[in-house]
Design a protein around this ligand. Structure first.
Ligand code: DAH
Length: 340
């Protein structure tokens, strides 16, 4: 092996290094000359054919070549990397005169806002806010509310059954018995929560919606207390001019029972499109807790009385924010939600 071959190889390697335009091409050059099967590497392998005195000399020369090519490779690599970085920076220039990206803030859903308002009003009157389970025993949703199996009231509240005696609650009234059973008296609570019914979706119905239950149990509670409480609530919720009207009704777990209308806060009671010409808008059901319900929950009706009421949260939200279709509340279209 003569030295001119080494010189030639060196020139070839240097030329290839110089010609490499980017880091990938340069890596190929490294593999071509210094890789496991590279042209310089294989020179070392050919040493076995040399005589004993030629070997060390040749070895030195090859190693020197190796080192030099390695250094030049590294040098060119640093240069190429610098160039690549500069090109990237140039391409990524930031136009500081462009307007900044706007932060998108979320905000409370009309349901949440209406609920917070209801809670604020009742907390102000000394009520506690409690919760109950959405998956409920038949016992709490029906039996203990005077709605035994086979009672016609069950027909209006068909629901989704998990088993024979476990269902998705149809009303937050189910929490009444749960709270009464605890035996801590007096009671003054509201219970907001999701309820379920086997209803088809339309502008005023949904298989899942929300109610707020109210329950007061104490000594000497009268129907007048109920009326005063609901009147205060309506005035706070819909404005001080609001009037309330109780219409006799029937609920199995209250006696007597009533439905409550509020004077239309849009027309003041004259009759308009909003109240469908009635001047009044129905908002909730209520009544004095049935003595049998008290007894089933271990409370002596001769000593304690109470009242209860149940209001649909969506109904309140639709009225308060003048929304005419309940479905809008569930679509989560931000163009709609952003208005509130
Ligand atoms: N739970 C009833 C319903 O879903 C509403 C209701 C009526 C609740 C009268 C009450 C009440 O607490 O006293 O239709």
């Amino acid at each position: 092996m003569d030295n001119s071959k080494l010189e030639e190889l060196k020139k070839l390697a240097q030329e290839s290094i110089r010609e490499a335009q980017d880091t990938n091409a340069l890596n190929d050059v490294r593999v071509r000359f210094l890789g496991k099967k590279g042209e310089i590497t294989s020179l070392l392998k050919s040493m076995k054919d040399l005589s004993a005195e030629e070997k060390p000399k040749f070895g030195q020369l090859v190693n020197a070549l190796r080192q030099q090519v390695e250094e030049e490779l590294q040098e060119h690599m640093t240069e190429l990397q610098k160039k690549a970085r500069e090109a990237k920076m140039a391409a990524e220039t930031i136009d500081v005169t462009l307007p900044a990206k706007k932060m998108q803030y979320g905000h409370a859903h009309p349901n949440t806002k209406a609920l917070e308002e209801v809670e604020r009003i009742f907390i102000g009157m000394g009520y506690e806010v409690v919760e109950g389970p959405e998956v409920e025993y038949d016992e709490y949703n029906f039996e203990k509310l005077n709605i035994p199996k086979g009672h016609p009231a069950r027909d209006e509240q068909d629901t989704f059954y998990i088993g024979n005696n476990i269902l998705l609650r149809t009303q937050t009234s189910s929490v009444q018995a749960r709270v009464m059973e605890k035996g801590k008296l007096p009671i003054r609570m509201i219970c907001p929560g999701r309820v379920f019914r086997s209803d088809a979706v339309d502008a005023t119905h949904s298989p899942s919606f929300h109610q707020i239950e109210g329950l007061v149990i104490d000594k000497h509670v009268t129907f007048a207390d109920l009326k005063g409480t609901l009147d205060t609530f309506a005035k706070e919720m819909f404005g001080p001019e609001t009037k309330t009207k109780l219409r006799p009704h029937h609920f199995p777990f209250t006696e007597p029972s009533a439905e409550v209308d509020v004077s239309c806060f849009k027309c003041g009671g004259k009759g308009c499109r909003f109240c469908k010409g009635e001047g009044w808008i129905e908002i909730l059901g209520c009544g004095m807790v049935h003595p049998h319900v008290l007894e089933m929950c271990g409370i002596d009706p001769n000593e304690y009385q109470g009242f209860a009421f149940g209001v649909g949260l969506e109904r309140i939200a639709l009225l308060k924010y003048e929304i005419d279709d309940m479905r809008l509340l569930y679509e989560n279209d931000t163009r709609f939600l952003n208005q509130f």
